[in-house]
Design a protein around this ligand. Structure first.
Ligand code: PLP
Length: 391
């Protein structure tokens, strides 16, 4: 299992002399994949020996396993998470010029997909406590902008209140796409992320909770009609071989190698998520600082893809952490509607909670292989910031 602990245990950090934390990134992939090396190499050998590399039995086997894991009828794999969102919109029949509602604090992915599908993004603000879509703001967007679809993002691995959001969207006759790229395996009221909306979109980018050794993505759905359209859209719009029946077709396929690797990793996902959650809970209990706030929960609806705090002196804290060799990141610094590429596309947007969050969010290291000692050392360092910041 991923939860290795206490390698070369260290009594207490002594920052002046020697670093006790040796973490390369907020998500250290070498340490994540290393223990699985033999198993993954065997999968690679199997695919090479098979002589079949795209849309074969490895892809089918992984799609079946992932659909079963998510509790959905169908899984259609694609090349990456952004394509998953774009093809999901196209499967719903979103046509050019239509509006699609989303949030602006989730890294541009949904916006990119909406624009690629020829639609226009309209934004709801976020709840400053959860950093997820704000139901009140969404209600106003649904009523006033009349979007043709809604993409909700389970940001940082925390599930949106899906019962409420789905009900609200249904009342407006708006289909719901879940962006589950940070929330593989999150569970709310006994139902996984991806199984609540009309379609659930996943990325298997290497740093995700379930990550391939390259790009990958998938869409899950309970609808046979949507699954069939997705299978056509990911392959040139084919209804049958060399017959391009569907408009908007693309080439966006998961390959056999990545599917085989993902199938080997899927059984570890729940254990990895449990360890991530335990790390997040330890951070939240340990970080006691007047200028560093966290709202991470320990529930199953949170799979701790990222451990994010809010801090009004973010850059100073980042520097203080970096001086002790502790990496940190910002997810994400600039709201979608303020991106250069969107100038003239979405003008006149002003989202107060989104703007504030983008200026304050800070991501601390969180991955299943972190040791308790490393977590404790990072907590201690964050808490020690008090001395410098508040003199
Ligand atoms: C990573 C990510 C995506 C995009 O996935 P890619 O595979 O990189 O295209 C979409 N949405 C969210 C929330 C993500 O974190």
């Amino acid at each position: 299992m991923g939860a290795r602990r206490a390698r070369g245990s260290v009594a207490g950090p002594t920052w002046e002399t020697e670093m006790t934390v040796s973490i390369k990134a907020v998500n250290d992939l070498g340490r994540h994949v290393g223990p699985l090396r033999a198993e993954l190499e065997e999968a690679v050998r199997e695919v090479i020996a098979s002589g079949w590399f795209v849309l074969g039995r490895q892809v089918t086997a992984f799609e079946d396993a992932f659909a079963a894991y998510c509790g959905t009828e169908f899984c259609v794999s694609v090349a990456n998470g952004t394509d998953a969102l774009e093809l999901a919109l196209k499967a719903l029949g979103i046509s050019s010029g239509e509006r699609v509602a989303t949030v602006a604090n989730a890294g541009m992915y949904s916006t990119t997909a909406i624009l690629a599908a020829g639609a226009r993004p309209v934004y709801a603000d976020i709840d400053p406590k959860t950093l997820l879509i704000d139901p009140e703001s969404l209600y106003a967007v649904l009523a006033q902008q009349r979007p043709a679809a809604l993409i909700v993002t389970h940001l940082y691995g925390r599930m949106v209140d899906m019962p409420m959001i789905v009900e609200m969207a249904r009342a407006h006759d708006v289909p719901v796409i879940e962006d589950c790229a940070q929330a593989h395996g999150a569970l709310l009221a006994g139902r996984r992320s991806g199984a609540w909306g009309d379609l659930g979109c996943f990325s298997f980018y290497p740093t995700k909770n379930l990550g391939a050794l390259g790009d990958g993505g998938a869409v899950v759905t309970a609808s046979v009609a949507l699954a069939e359209r997705l299978r056509g859209l990911r392959q040139y719009g084919w209804g049958s071989k060399y017959r391009a029946d569907l408009p908007g077709g693309r080439n966006s396929r998961l390959d056999e190698l990545q599917a085989a690797l993902l199938a080997r990793m899927l059984p570890y996902l729940d254990g990895w998520n449990a360890r991530r959650r335990a790390i997040a809970v330890a951070y939240s209990a340990g970080i006691i600082h007047p200028r560093v706030r966290s709202s991470a929960s320990g529930g199953e609806d949170y799979v701790a893809h990222l451990y994010v705090v809010r801090c009004d002196g973010r850059e100073a804290l980042r520097t203080f952490l970096a001086e002790a060799g502790i990496p940190s990141e910002v997810h994400y610094p600039l709201p979608d509607y303020r991106q250069l590429s969107l100038a003239g596309v979405v003008d006149g947007v002003e989202l107060g909670a989104t703007d504030l969050a983008c200026n304050e969010v800070l991501t601390l290291p969180c991955f299943p292989e972190m040791t308790d000692e490393e977590v404790a050392a990072i907590i201690e360092r964050v808490n020690a910031w008090r001395v410098q910041c508040c003199l």
